[in-house]
Design a protein around this ligand. Structure first.
Ligand code: FES
Length: 125
C-alpha cells in the first residue's frame, strides 16, 4: 500500500482564498528556509534577506519524495531565486517551481506576504 501524500499545487496570488499566518518574521531564519505546516501539507518558507523577499514552496522534494527543501540552500541563478535540495542538489525556481538542473517535476510554489511583522502564505483550499 502506498502512503498517501498531500497534493501540492502551485497557487497564484489571484487564486488565494486563505492567507495562513505562518509566524512572525523574526521567527524565520535570515537567508535560509524554515518549514511550516498547513493541514497535512509541509511548506518551506524562505527569506531572501538581501532582497527582502519571501518565497514558499512544497517541502517535499520531487526527486526522492523527501521532506527536505526547507533545509535547502538558497541562492539565485540568472536572477531567479532558487533552492537546492540538501540531499542531491536538485535546484528549483522559487517563482515557477521548475527544476533548473534536471528532469524532476516542478515543485508547487505559494504566494507569501508580510503584514505587521507577520508572514502569511497563500492557499487556495
Ligand atoms: S531528494 Fe531532493 S535532490 Fe534528491
Amino acid at each position: 500500500m502506498t502512503q498517501s501524500t498531500p497534493q501540492y499545487q502551485t497557487v497564484s496570488p489571484e487564486q488565494v482564498t486563505t492567507w495562513f499566518k505562518a509566524g512572525r518574521t523574526n521567527q524565520f531564519p535570515i537567508g535560509a528556509g524554515a518549514t511550516i505546516k498547513y493541514g497535512d501539507k509541509q511548506i518551506a518558507v524562505f527569506y531572501f534577506s538581501r532582497q527582502d523577499r519571501w518565497y514558499a514552496c512544497q517541502n517535499l522534494c520531487p526527486h526522492k519524495l523527501e521532506n527536505v527543501l526547507g533545509r535547502g540552500l538558497i541562492g539565485e541563478q540568472d536572477g531567479i531565486p532558487k533552492v537546492a535540495c540538501p540531499l542531491h542538489k536538485k535546484t528549483f525556481s522559487l517563482t515557477t517551481g521548475e527544476n533548473l538542473n534536471g528532469e524532476c517535476p516542478p515543485v508547487a510554489v505559494y504566494p507569501v506576504k508580510v503584514e505587521d511583522d507577520y508572514v502569511y502564505v497563500g492557499f487556495a483550499d
